[in-house]
Design a protein. Structure first.
Length: 308
């Protein structure tokens, strides 16, 4: 049995060296809908500088963590990681002391690209929510500042003139789930609300240094934002490359449109998420293996059926 504060060191003892790592989700942060004392699987993401070398070392250390793909060698594993889905390779349902963990491996340059450009909005979306950083890195943290400010801008473009703090966190938390096919079939439909309900103070801590950039006025329990053209264009300039490119494909230059409802920000984000989440889910059948995939999917389905 171990305490969460020991997690970073225990991972370093078990796994090859990683540049950046964080834990996220219900195994770390309390979420509505879980029983007292329940220990959900710990979700982890690790950034490494060379995926092939890292998997080569890890397959030698922890061969049972992998599916049948490891039999074809670290080069194939790294290629599957980098060229399909969201450029991340997950090993789920791995026994770890008295818990189960799921750890994802992503190459550092792919993570930074996603944080800056929202190419897949997969790992960057997980960092929109509170996480427990296990190993920090200046380069990745700097890229994540861009990611967090983009999340605020996108949420504001989707919110009305007046909104509550709870509505802001809910909109931010929901960005990376919009368009995700798993929300229709496997995930708890109340997932976003459950994440935010128990963690509002953590969301405030994550975003409070960025909110002053956006000219929000606080009135009681509500925020108010300027809905004018100049303010809208200022928000658009915070949006990452992938979102802006999608907006401009849909018609005239986004900055020429007067009404926020006509911009299609929500649709652009959903399109990015749908593509990456669908391909990443399909990839999971191979990276997890058939039996782990069935086990993992059945746990997700059970959560959905028992959703609160």
């Amino acid at each position: 049995m171990f305490e969460i504060r020991q997690l970073g060191q225990l991972l370093k003892d078990r796994l090859p060296e990683f540049r950046f790592g964080f834990a996220y989700g219900s195994g770390i942060f309390k979420q509505k809908g879980y029983k007292e004392g329940e220990k959900p699987m710990l979700d982890l993401i690790l950034a490494v500088d060379n995926s092939r070398d890292w998997h080569q070392n890890n397959i030698a250390r922890n061969p049972s963590d992998y599916s049948f793909l490891s039999a074809f060698g670290p080069k194939l594993v790294a290629n599957v990681q980098e060229k399909f889905g969201a450029s991340i390779y997950y090993n789920p349902l791995v026994p770890f002391h008295d818990r189960l963990i799921k750890y994802g491996v992503i190459q550092t340059d792919h993570l930074c690209e996603d944080l800056r450009e929202w190419k897949t909005l997969y790992v960057s979306g997980r960092l929109h929510k509170p996480v427990l950083v296990l190993q920090d890195d200046e380069k990745i943290s700097s890229a994540n500042i861009i990611n967090l400010r983009a999340a605020v801008a996108a949420a504001l473009l989707l919110l009305p003139h007046k909104f509550s703090e709870l509505e802001l966190w809910t909109k931010i938390a929901g960005l990376s789930y919009s368009g995700d096919m798993r929300m229709k079939f496997g995930e708890n439909p109340n997932k976003v609300a459950n994440i935010v309900a128990e963690n509002q103070s953590q969301f405030l801590s994550l975003y409070q240094e960025h909110l002053p950039l956006f000219g929000l006025e606080k009135s009681g329990d509500f925020y108010q934002q300027d809905m004018g053209l100049e303010a809208t264009n200022a928000l658009l300039r915070y949006l990452p490359k992938s979102v802006v490119e999608d907006l401009n494909k849909r018609g005239d230059n986004a900055e020429d449109r007067l009404e926020r409802e006509e911009l299609g920000v929500g649709e652009a984000i959903s399109a990015i998420v749908k593509k990456s989440s669908t391909s990443q889910t399909a990839k999971g059948l191979f990276t997890a293996g058939l039996f782990k995939s069935i086990d993992y999917s059945s746990q997700k389905l059970k959560k959905r059926l028992l959703a609160k």
